[in-house]
Design a protein around this ligand. Structure first.
Ligand SMILES: NC(=O)c1ccc[n+]([C@@H]2O[C@H](COP(=O)([O-])OP(=O)(O)OC[C@H]3O[C@@H](n4cnc5c(N)ncnc54)[C@H](OP(=O)(O)O)[C@@H]3O)[C@@H](O)[C@H]2O)c1
Length: 223
């Protein structure tokens, strides 16, 4: 499978690339093709050092080129840039492409981390992204409550749940499969895409819990 990562040069992009290159061809996307290639080379080197031989590969190109080629596309970009990026990349994806949004609409204020949709009366990430989808059912929300620090370190033992929201069973199954490929992560389905705000708000909840209670490496697990 070809997995494209829009904004793949960021911290989450690196984590996804390292985890999925074991079995898949990962395409790092950036606004700048050269930056994408440089990141892809760096991640490939790290992957070889960590895993030895990998079945897949990591390459880089501009966001629009990788969007055309991807079977799964993950939008690893800040909330503030959803409209400018999605209006360019989502019109060119394959009809069969599953799109993943891990995007958290969050800001830090005097009281702690806050959820932008509630604080500023703005749409949550899933709502903003879905405006640009040709087929909204192919959009799945996931990966809001796993930090880049945990994803980029394959030596860390993980034991966390990942909330998943989406409308189409086949697309949700694709994302569940990718979550299950990361040892120690378990997909937990919350419901249709319209409930994605429940998954998105879990991140400021977790970060406030961590900082105010001095917790190390917190995650979410339903027991
Ligand atoms: N960091 C975490 O631990 C974490 C955990 C859970 C969920 N998330 C969510 O995952 C997403 C990615 O997180 P991240 O920490 O990797 O983000 P990030 O490092 O802040 O940004 C990721 C990439 O987005 C691109 N980007 C930055 N500004 C842009 C702009 N104005 N227009 C278009 N593209 C722009 C950049 O790529 P180029 O400059 O190469 O184009 C950048 O490398 C976010 O939505 C975040 O809320 C993060």
């Amino acid at each position: 499978m070809k997995i494209g990562i829009i904004g793949g040069t960021g911290g989450m992009g690196k984590g996804f690339a390292l985890r999925w290159c074991i079995n898949h061809d990962v395409l790092i996307g950036s606004r700048d093709a050269e930056r994408a290639s440089a990141s892809a080379n760096e991640y490939s080197q790290t992957a070889k050092e960590e895993f030895g031989n990998i079945k897949g590969s990591i390459t880089g190109n501009d966001n629009i080129t990788i969007s055309k080629e991807s079977d799964v596309l993950i939008l690893s970009i800040p909330y503030e840039n959803i409209d400018s990026v999605c209006s360019q990349v989502l019109p060119v994806i394959k009809d069969s492409c599953t799109v993943i949004s891990p995007i958290v609409p969050m800001t830090k204020t005097d009281v702690g981390f806050e959820f932008i949709p509630l604080k500023d009366n703005k749409p949550f990430s899933y709502q903003l992204v879905s405006k640009h989808m040709k087929d909204k059912s192919k959009l799945v929300s996931a990966f809001h409550v796993i930090s880049e620090k945990k994803l980029i370190n394959p030596k860390l033992v993980l034991d966390y749940d990942i909330f998943v929201c989406g409308d189409d069973k086949d697309s949700v199954d694709v994302v569940n499969g990718l979550i299950n490929e990361i040892k120690g992560l378990r997909p937990i389905y919350l419901g249709p895409g319209s409930l994605s705000y429940l998954a998105e708000i879990a991140t400021p909840l977790l970060l406030n819990a961590m900082i105010k209670n001095k917790l190390k490496n917190p995650g979410i697990k339903i027991i």
